[in-house]
Design a protein around this ligand. Structure first.
Ligand code: ADQ
Length: 471
């Protein structure tokens, strides 16, 4: 089966879930997701293969094909790999560094060793399954050494790399003890893609001051105007490819679901919503604090306003995530204690992952959506909300520091570092819906057109076409 795949995607996670039946029988099944949906057509047409970690330590199923014919090729990680490579270097060193030091990154040599080792194994697996001259698309910050290793193992391959998170300014990047190794790793690619031109510019500025590299051109969006040339003459194209969503993946809303949900909430006048992975970058606490102050000052009335916050459990063994969770939950408890009534909380909070069609009902029911990250590569939640408001209803409060703010200019933008700014944006949105509904509707429709037109398929096409052009 190996060695004949013309198109290979390699990502930290394999799109599969492990199910354990009551009798203990375990089965692996493909799990849908935005990236999977976007890449499925290419994967299916080209005898594609997806290489990744199946999400459970110390075990991995044999490679298997999905019904659509995509080969899923697991990389086995031990518990120690998971701790050093994933929880350690990827999420306690790189994640905070790439998100502009919202918390202080921790650098450990053992974590770096694990990262190198796991990247080597991912690259070796890809080298085995890829056909002569195949296209390989490497995803995200966990696998930045894979392009370099792969080019050494298999110089015949066409290698693309896409970074799903921001790329920081060279001034911040310089603190990474292994900065040269990571840049060298990335330089194995033929094309490196970022969400935003500003991310690509940061990367090019870094390359410009790195020994042995020459930068030509400046970054453009959805086309290639910039290259980095290595000392041995390899040309790496660099560009911005803002990711988007698959509007179809949200499913059909349940008939009458919105009315039912609003009734369950006590039929408030205003429903405000937050949906995030529980991550300290997402600014969940800040939006709760802003909401609390608006209740305190009576700018919002707890009798007629409800905030729903759905937070997916994430990276729960990392200390900073545990702290973020307790701060959020303390704030929820405090706000409800002060402003709620028995059987009628003001903040409805779930620490759960919801099925997509249920999420769709939440998005549809929300008058105001709060997306307030301190830093975010793109933020798909903002685009999902907009996609669910094709009738022009609703309002989006969006952080200036989310990549999505570049495209969704019609949102109520705010600075999440400034509580007053979040409060202003929330109030303007709530009041705008009743005082200037036509203006709000035009703004939502403009954003909806943007998301409907440039969906995740356009994103994948733009990247893969640019990658082909590097041949
Ligand atoms: P994330 O940081 O995970 O992604 P985001 O882009 O918002 O952030 O994507 C989250 C996804 O998870 C959305 O599709 C959302 O629907 C889903 N989700 C969140 N909470 C959920 C819940 N409680 N139940 C069910 N689903 C939930 C990283 C980067 C982003 C970048 C994406 C894609 O950090 O900046 O936009 O990759 O490149």
């Amino acid at each position: 089966m190996s060695g004949d795949n013309r198109f290979v995607v390699v990502a930290n996670r394999l799109p599969v879930d492990l199910h354990t039946a009551p009798d203990g029988t375990r089965t692996w099944s493909p799990s849908p997701g935005g990236l999977v949906a976007a890449l499925s057509p290419v994967l299916e047409n080209q005898q594609g293969c997806w290489v990744g970690w199946p999400g459970v330590s110390d075990e991995a199923p044999e490679p298997f094909r999905t019904d659509a014919g995509v080969l899923l090729h697991p990389v086995r990680l031990t518990e120690a790999d998971f701790e050093g490579f994933y929880e350690g270097f990827s999420n306690a060193s790189l994640w905070p560094l790439y998100h502009d030091l919202i918390v202080t990154p921790v650098y450990h040599r053992e974590w770096w060793a694990a990262y190198r080792d796991v990247n080597l194994r991912f690259a070796q697996e890809v080298a085995e399954v890829a056909a002569e001259g195949a296209t390989v698309w490497v995803q995200d910050y966990q696998l930045q050494l894979v392009p370099g290793i792969l080019r050494q193992l298999r110089p015949d391959l066409r290698i693309g790399f896409f970074l799903h998170i921001p790329f920081p300014s060279p001034d911040l990047y310089r603190q990474l003890p292994w900065r040269e190794e990571i840049i060298r790793g990335l330089m194995g690619a033929d094309l490196i893609g970022f969400h935003l031109e500003s991310n690509a510019r940061n990367f090019l500025d870094l390359c410009a001051v790195t020994e042995g590299l020459t930068v030509e051109g400046t970054a453009g969006t959805r086309r290639i105007d910039a290259h980095v040339v290595t000392h041995d003459g390899h040309r790496v194209a660099v560009g911005a490819f803002p990711i988007s969503i698959d509007p179809g993946s949200l499913g059909e809303g349940e008939e009458g679901g919105v009315d039912k949900l609003r009734a369950e909430l006590g039929n408030p006048e205003t429903v405000i919503l937050g949906v995030d992975r529980l991550d300290y970058t997402k600014g969940i606490l800040q939006r709760l604090l802003a909401f609390e102050e608006l209740l305190e000052s009576e700018a919002l009335d707890p009798a007629s306003t409800v905030l729903m916050q759905v937070a997916t459990p994430s990276r729960e063994r990392i200390e900073q995530y545990q702290m973020a969770r307790s701060q959020v939950e303390e704030a929820v408890g405090r706000i409800n204690g002060t402003f709620g009534a028995m059987g009628r909380p003001v903040v409805h909070y779930l620490h759960q992952s919801l099925p997509k069609n249920e999420l769709r009902t939440y998005y549809e029911a929300a008058d105001v959506m709060l997306v307030t990250p301190f830093k975010d590569g793109m933020n798909l939640v903002a685009k999902e909300y907009v996609a669910c408001h094709g009738d022009g209803s609703g309002a989006l409060v969006l952080s200036e520091f989310a990549g999505a703010a570049v495209e969704l200019r019609e949102a109520n933008l705010c600075n999440p570092f400034d509580l007053e700014s979040i409060k202003r944006a929330i109030l303007t949105a709530v009041q705008g819906l009743s005082t200037t509904p036509d203006v709000m509707k035009d703004r939502m429709l403009a954003m909806h057109r943007q998301v409907a037109e440039y969906d995740v398929n356009r994103w994948a096409d733009a990247f893969l076409t640019s990658l082909e052009e590097t041949r």
